[in-house]
Every structure is written in C-alpha cells, then in structure tokens.
Design a protein around this ligand. Structure first.
Ligand code: FE2
Length: 349
C-alpha cells in the first residue's frame, strides 16, 4: 500500500515511486484520504483499504501527517484494535508490517522517530503514540522532494525541526549523543532555512535542512520533547492549526518559561546563533535569545500570535487541560503545572 495525500498527487514524486514499484512487478494500491493533522477515522479507513486489498507492506511518501497516518495504519492492521487504544508510551504489542518512509518536508522526522501523532477527531485532541514499534524500517532521505514545498510550508516545517532540536537539547532525558545531533540540527537550520525559504530550488540549502530534520529527529526520538510540543499538540488537535506554525509561535514563550532551569544549555544555543552574550546578565541573555527567535520567525513570514490564529481567551482553560496530559511534558526541563501552561498560552496571545 502506498500512503500519500492529495497534495503529493500533484507533484512528480508519487509518479516516480509508482513507476519504480511497477517496474519491480509489485501490485499496489494508493491510499490518499489523509488530512493535515491526520484523523483517527482516516487511519481506520486506511486499515480497511489495506485489509481489503490484502496488502503486506506500507510505503509512505509525504509530510508528517502522511507518515504518522501510515504508522497508525500499520499498528492497527497488526493489532486489530481502534487506533486510540495505542495512545501513550509502549502500548503496541505486535510489530507493524514493514514500513518504508519517504519524507517530503524538512521538519517532522516521522521517518526516523518513535512518535506517531493522530488527531482524536471526536474529542478534538492529538493522541501521542510513542513506541519503538513505530520506527520505520527504511527512511529514504532525498532533498530533491523538498523543492515542491511553498514558502509557508518550508518555514513551518523548518521551525518544527528547530523546535525538535531545542526541546531535545534541553530535555531532562538528553544525553551526550542526542546533544550532538540536536546542536548540529540547530546550527544547520539557523544557517540554511532562510536560503531554503527564499530559493526553493537551492538544492544545497534544501539538503542541509533535510539533514537537520533527520538529526533533530534522531535527537528527539531518543531525548523526547517538551512543552512546545505538548502545547502545540493541544492547539493543533482542538483548532486544526498547522503544527509547525503553532511551534513557531510557542517556542519563544517556552524558552521564557524554561530558561532558568536550563540556562547553560540555552546559552550554548545563543552562541550557535552568534548572539553577543558575553558580559550580559542571565535575564539579558534570555531576552536576547527570545528576541532573536521572534525575529527569525518574522524573517520567514511568521508574524502570528495565537489571537490572530482564532484562539480565544475562553479556549485557554480547555487547551491547557488537554496539554497537561501530553506525555511531552515529562521531559520538559521545568515540570509545568496546568496553571503554567495557561500562562504560556496567554502570553502567546
Ligand atoms: Fe513537531
């Protein structure tokens, strides 16, 4: 089964994959009914298609939504329960069928991660499924496919990768190995995302971003994430907003919340950003880093705050109630309370 979405059908990449599969004499079916922020019922429809067509391997080509939905289809086809039964950490007993992933955005890293994020559409929240069982068997990483992304998608997915690297680096489950990947991802994104945004066909810049996305994925899949993602999952599930844009808006505010609990680590990031921090107080360094992140967003055309993404103050209680249950909070350097999450949302309005 080839899993993709309606946007990818318009690019040359899906055709190339189909030709290659056909040339190998393999029968296949294409399943493409997947929305951004993939929904639980779409996963179940995919399973139905998989079983009706007697498939035995999944090839996913697309962004994070497609890859996560493909993981969901794989899990359910082997374990025969509704996708919501697998929410949480290590809830999958039987391995899924072989999964080959071809990522077409430079951000999600679902092609190497042990995460699958599926929208519980009825209850309007994103379920985090975390298990070694959802790490794909093969990831085919090729920057050429990034050239079909528009500027907004390039910016959002690039900041998603930057958020993965930030959160993995300051995670309380980080290690010397994940630090290497996280810091190199931050450096590569900081020095190449603007080029990639302004020159979509610059294959050198696209290659650096693809590599950074992979590095950030290897870092966060092992060190896990933090409050940027718990808050973004809640927002994306409740209001169906783009994941990367949510991260871009929230990251500076989460740095503000976390800074004192990981100040040496944030200083190392400030150095990678070439900020002149020598002689500055902790507060000045924090403000300089936050300011730089906001300017970086703006240079990529992201000017939003939550209120102009149609988030209302009345939503904040519901959003923080959902976000506090997200497993990503467990590795945030400062354990948040529900009230802390409310404050971060309010400051991002
Ligand atoms: Fe993410």
């Amino acid at each position: 089964m080839i899993v993709t979405d309606s946007g990818l059908i318009k690019t040359p990449w899906l055709n190339e994959v189909e030709e290659s599969v056909t040339k190998s004499g393999i029968d296949y079916v294409v399943f493409s009914s997947i929305s951004p922020n993939p929904r639980d019922y779409e996963v179940m429809e995919g399973v139905d298609c998989y079983e009706r067509n007697k498939c035995n391997i999944i090839l996913a080509i697309g962004g994070g939504s497609v890859l996560d939905a493909a993981k969901g289809i794989g899990i359910v086809s082997s374990n025969h329960l509704h996708i919501s039964a697998f929410e949480g950490v290590d809830k999958i007993s039987r391995p899924m069928p072989p999964l080959i992933c071809i990522p077409t955005t430079g951000g999600t890293a679902a092609d190497v991660s042990q995460f699958a994020i599926i929208n519980n559409y009825g209850e309007r929240y994103k379920m985090a499924i975390i298990s070694k069982s959802v790490v794909p068997d093969v990831a085919l990483i090729d920057p050429e496919v990034l050239t079909s992304m528009d500027g907004f998608l390039t910016a959002c997915t690039g900041i998603d990768a930057l958020s993965h690297a930030f959160e993995a680096y300051v995670s309380n489950a980080s290690s010397a190995v994940t630090d290497l990947y996280a810091l190199e991802a931050i450096r590569l994104i900081h020095s190449n995302l603007l080029d990639s945004y302004h020159n979509p066909n610059d294959i050198q810049a696209r290659g650096k971003i693809m590599l950074a996305s992979l590095y950030a994925g290897l870092a966060f899949s092992n060190a896990s994430l933090g409050c940027v993602h718990s808050l973004a999952h809640s927002l994306g599930g409740y209001l169906d907003l783009p994941h990367g844009e949510c991260n871009a808006i929230l990251l500076p505010h989460v740095v503000d919340f976390n800074f004192n609990s990981a100040s040496d680590r944030y200083k190392n990031i400030a150095k990678i950003f070439d900020l002149s921090i020598s002689g500055l107080s902790e507060l000045q360094i924090k403000n300089s880093l936050i300011d730089h992140l906001k300017k970086f967003n703006q240079s990529l055309g992201i000017y939003s705050n939550l209120s102009n993404k149609h988030v209302k103050s009345d939503d904040i209680l519901i959003l923080s109630g959902k976000a506090i249950k997200d497993p990503c909070n467990a590795t945030n350097p400062k354990p948040p309370t529900k009230r802390d999450l409310e404050v971060i949302y309010s400051e991002a309005m």
